[in-house]
Design a protein around this ligand. Structure first.
Ligand SMILES: Cc1cc2nc3c(=O)[nH]c(=O)nc-3n(C[C@H](O)[C@H](O)[C@H](O)COP(=O)(O)OP(=O)(O)OC[C@H]3O[C@@H](n4cnc5c(N)ncnc54)[C@H](O)[C@@H]3O)c2cc1C
Length: 323
């Protein structure tokens, strides 16, 4: 149970520019467009607001949960107790521009606040002639979510170019953690392993520094275009959470689901995409499906695939909130 907070206490955050609302439906804030309400909800626009709000919540003993783009979380229909912090801290900066003055051995830094769009960051770096983030040109979600998940695609991943991340730890202290200490693995990091799936008092990524190399503009653009086209060809446009399951060793979750004849399978408003079997889609959007529909379809797929091929598929998406 989260602490009971009086209206007067809630208004304290107005002093640093943050408004807390109650019972805010989270479905529109996720890419799957399902899920129930946040008990308390606040959007932050600057890292200063983010730090102040987290410190305030800790002092009020109010558990919090960081929501980035909501592109990897299945929020329960019962919603989320505590305070959901919607991260809109979006500043991005290339240090010591223009990049063309950098000698090759002094690679420029790319700074991003944790609520910046990862795809926007990739585009910004490309426009400055920097290479290394072309894989992220169409990745949904924020820098914070990508660091937590070690997001990756097309042979690239966060850990390849991340230099360090500014993190508020679970004691409320702020430190700059070198990428090597984040213990990145396949779609995981030490942060992900410590983060609660309900509101709690976990670490918060405030910002990140990437180190990129100068590249050939034409080559950067060609790689990014290729990645973008591949995504457009292979992935559905309907609301989804991207890849539902992790790929099992030496195989692909999508291949197994398709081979099990599950393309098009439906539970309530959620269905297995006919375009990419590892994607569950919500064609009707907000109000047309529930998180329970998605959970039930995930379970059904796991049963059928385990039955047919003896493989236990593990969800890549996180079940969060009050399941
Ligand atoms: C169509 C589609 C395609 C996708 N393709 C890919 C792909 O190619 N590769 C890939 O890796 N993923 C992919 N994904 C999944 C998703 O985009 C990534 O996992 C993404 O990095 C999640 O970022 P987010 O901001 O949406 O995180 P969220 O879903 O909001 O959060 C994910 C987790 O990170 C935590 N978190 C978020 N921000 C912070 C913060 N600042 N501090 C602390 N914790 C935080 C949350 O609490 C949660 O536990 C895809 C998703 C979709 C919908």
């Amino acid at each position: 149970m989260s602490a009971v907070i009086s209206a007067m206490d809630l208004s304290q955050t107005e002093a640093f520019g943050v408004t807390i609302r109650e019972q805010v439906n989270l479905a529109p804030y996720t890419t799957m467009k399902v899920g129930g309400p946040a008990e308390y909800f606040a959007a932050v626009n600057t890292v200063h607001e983010l730090i102040r709000l987290v410190r305030w919540a800790r002092a009020a003993d109010l558990p919090y949960y960081l929501l980035g783009g909501g592109s990897n979380v299945l929020v329960s229909d019962a919603g989320m107790r505590g305070l959901v912090i919607y991260n809109r801290c979006r500043q991005v900066r290339i240090d010591e521009a223009p990049c063309c003055v950098f000698p090759q051995d002094e690679r420029p830094f790319l700074f991003a606040e944790s609520g910046a769009s990862m795809a926007g960051l990739a585009r910004r770096s490309m426009a400055a002639g920097l290479t290394g983030l072309e894989w992220a040109v169409s990745l949904p979600g924020t820098v914070g979510g990508a660091v937590v998940n070690n997001a990756g695609a097309y042979g690239g991943e966060i850990k390849d170019n991340l230099y360090n991340a500014m993190v508020m730890d679970s004691h409320g202290d702020i430190e700059e953690i070198p990428a090597a200490q984040l213990d990145f693995g396949y779609r995981s990091s030490v942060l992900k392993r410590t983060l609660p799936v309900r509101a709690g008092f976990g670490p918060v990524v405030l910002s990140a520094n990437f180190r990129l190399a100068l590249g050939e503009m034409a080559a950067i653009k060609a790689t990014a275009d290729q990645n973008l086209q591949h995504r457009r060809r292979s992935q559905p446009v309907e609301p989804s959470l991207g890849s539902t399951f992790k790929n099992p060793p030496h195989d692909f979750a999508g291949r197994l689901i398709e081979a099990a004849g599950l393309k098009g399978a439906i539970r309530g408003g959620i269905q297995v995409s006919r375009q990419h079997a590892n994607f569950l889609i919500n064609p009707g959007g907000v109000g047309a499906a529930t998180a329970a529909d998605a959970a039930s379809l995930i379970e059904f797929i796991q049963e059928v695939v385990a039955d047919r091929f003896g493989v236990q598929l593990e969800p890549e998406v996180q079940f969060v909130g009050e399941w």
